[in-house]
Write a protein that binds this ligand. Structure first.
Ligand SMILES: [Zn+2]
Length: 487
């Protein structure tokens, strides 16, 4: 059993919220050059970092560092990060401002990556990489708050918290008492892996006090860095206040499914809204832990804010501001993060969650053709999964663990018969096409939904249409792959 996995997974100080999800599949732009550069830089930093442990023959730490480096490389190759300068330049400028204003930071060679994960989170990996998930932007109000998050993560890096946790966790796992308990679990007849995971999780999470200490230290040093920049320190207080409410914003509200799916050519059937008789077992790993983390984060943010308030009481902030660039730019990136979230859930294969957010977004942006195309893309995948009786892997059954509004969506998808999925999604997209015409996402979804309805005329016309209109389009590679598999 490789325990190193846990050492890494639990050593990254998660600044604000939960864990990160590693894999997200591509946007269509080619960013292989940027990826290669970051991988090179991580690899060479790794060589420097492990020298002292090689000398000391400290195998465990070498292994942990190696695993961490390999994980990062894998995630970069799996498109877990966004390299589009439209997004990255904005954050990099704020990042550079903090580093240039604090000479001790440049020596750490810090690098910033923007994560595609749908979780509102930022964290310090410990080998020089800081990650800011784009989704976190949707919870913030201005540049100054972004600056505080980055300053806080830079403080974690400077204070070497992630590496400290690795060392501590390795010591713990090598201790006599823990080794003894692990041996006992290994002798268990059933559920060894589960028992071991649970045990290690408990052990390594037991030290909540220490984690809190790290957060306070990073807040204090982060604010010190922030003071040296052009940013107003109110950003720090506002940011913690916003993050305290992070879960409120996440609450699930009911969706009027009939309003979305009552089509002239294919009217809504009320029986689709019925509850499934019994709660069924799902074999999916739902990506979203709707509320699980709230209790952990909630009180901490307010306490952290109070501590900072005391520290900042007499600080004048003369000439400082929270916002330097056009606020429009910030809002555009926020909007983009909402769309990236839908796309991320879709690519993670979490179709129930993707459908929920897509429909929510349609209520907010009713004329974004991307979202209507996404409905078609989701039901195309639902069709394929149902066809091979694997639907509950990507759309779980309703469960008492979820909120009612989310269960309604899950029941709806599971109530649809295979042929109904085909027809409903087909007419949904035809309807969208009448409204929005030959938008890229609509034409693509038309091709997909026509293919499950086996309407070959529409399949062929949509295919031709897509190739003519979008020869460099974001789905062109996928189209060619599907075409080849048709033959
Ligand atoms: Zn932190």
């Amino acid at each position: 059993m490789r325990l190193i996995f846990w050492v890494i997974a639990l050593s990254i100080p998660t600044a604000f919220f939960g864990q990160d999800v590693p894999v997200y599949l591509p946007s269509s732009y080619d960013d292989s050059k940027e990826k290669e550069q970051v991988i090179q830089s991580i690899a060479s930093q790794y060589v420097t970092d492990i020298q002292q442990f090689v000398k000391r023959k400290d195998r465990d730490i070498q292994e942990a560092y190696e695993k961490r480096k390999d994980d990062m490389v894998k995630r970069i190759n799996n498109n877990a990060f966004i390299f589009d300068p439209v997004v990255t330049d904005y954050f990099q400028a704020i990042f550079d401002e903090i580093i240039n204003a604090n000479s001790e930071l440049a020596a750490l060679n810090p690098r910033l990556l923007i994560g595609r994960s749908p979780y509102p989170n930022a964290y310090c990996v410990g080998e020089g990489t800081l990650v800011f998930n784009l989704e976190l932007l949707s919870r913030l109000d201005n540049e100054g708050q972004v600056a505080f998050v980055l300053a806080h993560e830079l403080a974690h890096l400077k204070l070497d918290h992630a590496n400290h946790s690795i060392r501590k966790n390795i010591e713990l796992l090598n201790s006599k008492s823990v080794k003894k308990e692990i041996r006992q679990i290994a002798q268990q007849e059933y559920n060894q892996f589960q028992a071991l995971s649970e045990f290690i999780r408990k052990k390594l999470f037991a030290d909540r006090y220490h984690k809190r200490e790290h957060e306070s230290e990073a807040d204090a040093l982060g604010v010190k860095y922030l003071k040296n920049t052009k940013y107003h320190t109110d950003g720090a207080l506002q940011c913690l206040l916003n993050l305290d409410k992070i879960n409120e914003k996440d609450s699930i509200t009911s969706i009027d499914l009939k309003q979305h799916f009552d089509l002239v050519a294919y009217p809504f059937k009320d029986k689709w809204l019925g509850k499934e008789d019994v709660f069924k077992f799902s074999d999916s790993d739902e990506l979203i832990d709707w509320e699980k983390d709230s209790l952990k984060t909630h009180p901490d943010c307010i306490l952290r804010k109070e501590k900072l308030e005391v520290m900042l009481a007499d600080y004048p902030n003369t000439g400082k501001q929270l916002q330097f660039r056009d606020i429009n730019q910030f809002e555009l990136l926020q909007k983009r993060s909402e769309f990236e979230k839908v796309e991320a859930y879709f690519h993670f294969g979490s179709l129930g969650t993707a459908l929920y957010y897509t429909l929510k977004m349609i209520e907010k942006y009713p004329d974004e053709s991307y979202l209507h195309g996404m409905v078609g893309r989701i039901f195309y995948e639902v069709y394929l999964a149902q066809e091979i009786h694997q639907l509950s892997k990507t759309v779980p059954h309703a469960s008492p663990d979820y909120e009612d509004a989310y269960n309604e969506i899950l029941d709806f998808v599971h109530n649809l018969r295979l042929s109904e999925v085909g027809k409903m999604s087909f007419y949904y997209i035809q309807n969208a096409k009448e409204k929005y015409g030959n938008q890229e996402d609509i034409v693509w979804a038309e091709y997909l939904t026509a293919s499950v309805k086996e309407d070959m005329d529409v399949v062929n016309s949509a295919k031709k249409n897509y190739k003519n209109l979008f020869p460099e389009g974001k789905y062109i590679k996928l189209l060619e792959e599907l075409e080849n598999s048709e033959e």
